[in-house]
Design a protein around this ligand. Structure first.
Ligand code: SF4
Length: 83
């Protein structure tokens, strides 16, 4: 059996979680969907974004919010002013 390094496993999980997030974002009304997609792309490359294994969710390491909720709420702001 091939050993897959932990780092690669985590990367796959995060990518999978982001793909799910984008699928859900596509279901939003157009204007909100564009906003949420742009924000999600920023979070995806942010060093503070992490996958919470216990809650099986992408979260912001700064404010601890759930990324899916945060990016799709107009009034939300990135605590690091990245979006
Ligand atoms: S909300 Fe801001 S600080 Fe938090 S993960 Fe996204 S880009 Fe990073």
């Amino acid at each position: 059996m091939t050993h897959i390094p932990e780092e690669i496993k985590i990367k796959r999980i995060v990518n999978g979680a982001f793909n799910n997030l984008l699928d859900n974002i596509n279901l939003l009304p157009n204007e909100l969907s564009i906003l949420a997609k742009n924000r999600a792309e920023v979070c995806k490359s942010c060093e503070l974004c992490y996958f919470d294994k216990t809650l099986q969710s992408l979260r912001c390491g700064k404010c601890k919010c759930f990324i899916n909720w945060k990016v799709s709420n107009k009034q939300e702001k990135c605590p690091e002013n990245k979006w």
